[in-house]
Design a protein around this ligand. Structure first.
Ligand code: MCA
Ligand code: AMP
Length: 494
C-alpha cells in the first residue's frame, strides 16, 4: 500500500476515465503508468529526490497531472508556475525556491529554455520522456513537503507557501465531505493550475473521488458552453469574474441559445463560486437566469478552503457560510480578546490539519502570521445568524482582480523601474467584471505617459492580470504627516 493516499485512491478507479478532451481520454491506470515513467526519468540514478523542487510548466490536463504525481512519487516538491508569467517573474520563483528541474511541455519548453540554461536548471520536455524500464519508487511519508505555491501578499515579492501531503489530503477530504463528491461527477477545468482553486478544489477533489475532468487551456467560453449544452457536467467551479462574463453572454444570447445553455446549467448538481467576493447582485442574477443558487465559499492558499455555504441547506447571498469539516475558526483582533458573539467583526484565524507549514525560507514572515498556533488570514469577517460575512482585508496593499491575489507593493516596485516614473501608488478600485481593477497613481519625472504606453511597457515585466487598468498622473501623492502615502486618499483620486 503506498504511503501517499492519492495513489491508493487511483488504484480504486483504475479503469475509469480521469481526463477527457475532444482528442483523447485517459484512465486512472494510465495516470499511474505515465507518472511512474516520468518519475523514473526525474530520478535518473537517484533513489529519492529528497524534496528537491521541481517546477511544472505544462498546460492543464493529463500530462500536467502525470508530472505532478511523478514529482511526488519521486520524493520531490512540486512548484507549479504561471504559464503566462514574464521571464523576470519565472526567474524570481525558480531562484527563490532553488529549483533543480523544470518539467515543461513542448511550447513552454521553448520559452523557458534560455532561462533554465542561464540558471543552470535541468529542463525536461515531458513529450520526450519514454523510459524502457521502470524501477522501484521511494515510499513517501505524508508529512513530507509536497508543494510550493507562490502567493502575493504584504511584501513586495511573492512568498512560497509550503504544504505537506497531509495538508493537501486534509484540504481535499474536507471538500469531498462537504460537497459530496463522487465518482459519477464530471467537471470542466479552465482555471490556471498554479493556484489551489484549480489544483485542490477541482483536480485534487475530482481525482480523489474517481471523477472525470475535462481540461481547457483557459476559460474558453464557447467550447465550454458547447459541452454545457449537452449536459456534460455535474459540477462547475469558477471565480466571480467568470459568472459575470457568463451573465453578460446569456443576456446577449438569442432565446433559443439561452434556453439550451440554461438547461445544461440547470441540471448540474452544484455550482460553486470563490477566490473573491461574489456580489449578492451576481448571485441573484445567476439564480434568476439559471435557477441555480451558487454556493459561495472562502479560502486562501495557506489553508485551502475554510468556510462554505451549505450544499444541503442555506446558500446566503453575500455570505460565505460556516466552517468546513475539520476547520477550527475564530474571529480575533491582534492583542484583543477572541470574539464570542455575533455581529462583532474580527480577523479570521484558522487552525487545523489543512494549514500550511511555512513560507519557503522565510521563518520571520511565517512566525508573524501565526498567533498562538492560529493562522492569521488578514481577512475581516463578522458572524451573522450563524453565517460568516467577509468584510474586507486588513491590508490595503492586497488586491483581488479576476480571482488573482496581487500585491500593490510588487506592482509599485515594477512601475518604479519605468524611466518616466518618479513615484507611484497602486490601489484596487471596485470593478463590476474583475472585482477590483489595478489602478496606479504616478508622479512623472519625464513625460508624457499614457495608459496604453504604460501597459505596453509592463508586458515584459508583469503578468497580464497585474498590469494597471487605470492610470492617474498627479503632481504629488497624498501623504500623511509622517510622509507616508495614504492609500485611502489615493483611491479618491480615481
Ligand atoms: C485579464 N485581463 C484583465 C485581467 N485578466 N484585465 C483586468 N484585470 C484582470 N485581472 C485582460 C487581458 O489583459 C486581456 O485584455 C483580456 O482581459 C482577456 O484576457 P484573458 O486572460 O484571456 O482573460 P480571460 O481568459 O477571460 O480570463 C479571465 C479569467 C482569469 C478566466 C477570470 O482571470 C482567471 O482564470 N482567473 C482565475 C484565477 C484563479 O484561479 N484564482 C484562484 C486563486 P486584452 O483583450 O486587451 O488583451 S486561488 C484562491 O484565490 C483561493 C485560495 C480561493 O479561494 O480559491
Ligand atoms: P489567494 O491568496 O489567492 O489564495 O487568495 C485568498 C484570498 O482571497 C483570501 O484571503 C480572501 O481575501 C479572498 N477570498 C477568497 N474567497 C473569497 C470569498 N468568497 N469572498 C471574499 N474574499 C475571498
Amino acid at each position: 500500500m503506498p504511503d501517499v493516499a492519492f495513489l491508493a485512491r487511483a488504484h480504486l478507479f483504475a479503469d475509469r476515465i480521469a481526463f477527457c478532451t475532444p482528442d483523447a481520454s485517459h484512465t486512472y491506470q494510465e495516470l499511474l503508468d505515465r507518472s511512474a515513467e516520468i518519475a523514473v526519468e526525474l530520478l535518473q540514478d537517484q533513489i529519492d529526490l529528497q524534496e528537491a523542487r521541481v517546477a511544472l510548466l505544462v498546460s492543464p490536463g493529463f500530462e500536467y497531472t502525470a508530472s505532478q504525481w511523478a514529482i511526488w512519487r519521486a520524493g520531490g516538491i512540486k512548484l507549479p508556475i504561471c504559464l503566462s508569467a514574464t521571464e523576470p517573474e519565472w526567474e524570481y520563483v525558480l531562484s527563490d525556491s532553488q529549483v533543480s528541474t523544470v518539467i515543461a511541455d513542448t511550447a513552454n519548453a521553448l520559452k523557458i529554455a534560455p532561462l533554465c540554461e542561464r540558471l543552470g536548471v535541468r529542463l525536461m520536455n515531458v513529450s520526450d520522456i519514454h523510459v524502457d524500464a521502470l524501477k522501484d519508487l521511494p515510499d513517501i511519508d505524508v508529512n513530507r513537503r509536497a508543494m510550493i505555491l507562490y502567493t502575493s501578499g504584504t511584501t513586495n515579492k511573492p512568498k512560497g507557501v509550503v504544504t505537506t501531503h497531509a495538508n493537501i489530503q486534509a484540504q481535499i477530504e474536507s471538500l469531498i465531505q462537504a460537497w459530496e463528491w463522487s465518482s459519477e461527477d464530471r467537471i470542466p477545468m479552465f482555471l490556471p493550475l498554479h493556484h489551489i482553486h484549480g489544483i485542490i478544489n477541482i483536480i485534487g477533489c475530482a481525482l480523489w473521488s474517481g471523477a472525470m475532468v475535462e481540461p481547457f487551456t483557459r476559460f474558453e467560453m464557447n467550447a465550454i458552453l458547447k459541452r454545457v449544452r449537452v449536459d456534460a457536467y455535474t459540477l462547475f467551479m469558477a471565480v466571480p469574474t467568470i459568472y459575470v462574463k457568463l451573465i453578460q453572454m446569456l443576456e446577449e444570447a438569442d432565446d433559443q441559445d439561452r434556453c439550451d445553455i440554461v438547461a445544461g446549467f440547470k441540471k448540474m448538481r452544484l455550482m460553486v463560486s470563490g477566490s473573491a467576493a461574489l456580489p449578492a447582485s451576481v448571485h441573484e442574477r445567476w439564480a434568476q437566469l439559471t435557477g441555480q443558487k451558487l454556493l459561495e465559499r472562502y479560502g486562501m492558499t495557506e489553508i485551502g478552503m475554510a468556510i462554505s455555504n451549505l450544499y444541503r441547506g442555506e446558500r446566503r447571498p453575500g455570505s460565505v457560510g460556516a466552517p468546513l469539516p475539520g476547520v477550527e475558526l475564530r474571529l480575533k483582533m491582534e492583542n484583543g480578546p477572541v470574539i464570542t458573539g455575533e455581529n462583532e467583526p474580527g480577523e479570521i484565524q484558522v487552525r487545523g490539519p489543512m494549514v500550511f507549514q511555512a513560507y519557503w525560507n522565510r521563518s520571520e514572515a511565517t512566525a508573524e502570521t501565526f498567533e498562538d498556533g492560529w493562522f492569521r488570514t488578514g481577512d475581516m469577517a463578522v458572524l451573522e445568524a450563524g453565517y460568516y460575512r467577509i468584510m474586507g482585508r486588513l491590508s490595503v496593499d492586497i488586491i483581488k482582480s479576476g480571482g488573482y491575489k496581487l500585491s500593490a507593493l510588487e506592482i509599485e516596485a515594477a512601475l518604479l523601474e519605468h524611466p518616466f516614473i518618479a513615484e507611484c501608488a497602486v490601489v484596487g478600485m471596485p470593478d463590476d467584471t474583475w472585482g477590483e481593477a489595478v489602478s496606479a497613481a504616478v508622479v512623472l519625472q519625464k513625460g508624457p505617459l499614457d495608459l496604453m504606453a504604460l501597459r505596453e511597457w509592463c508586458k515584459e515585466r508583469l503578468s497580464v492580470y497585474k498590469i494597471p487598468q487605470r492610470l492617474k498622473v498627479v503632481s504629488e501623492l497624498p501623504r500623511n504627516a509622517m510622509g507616508k502615502v495614504t492609500k485611502p486618499a489615493v483611491r479618491l483620486l480615481f
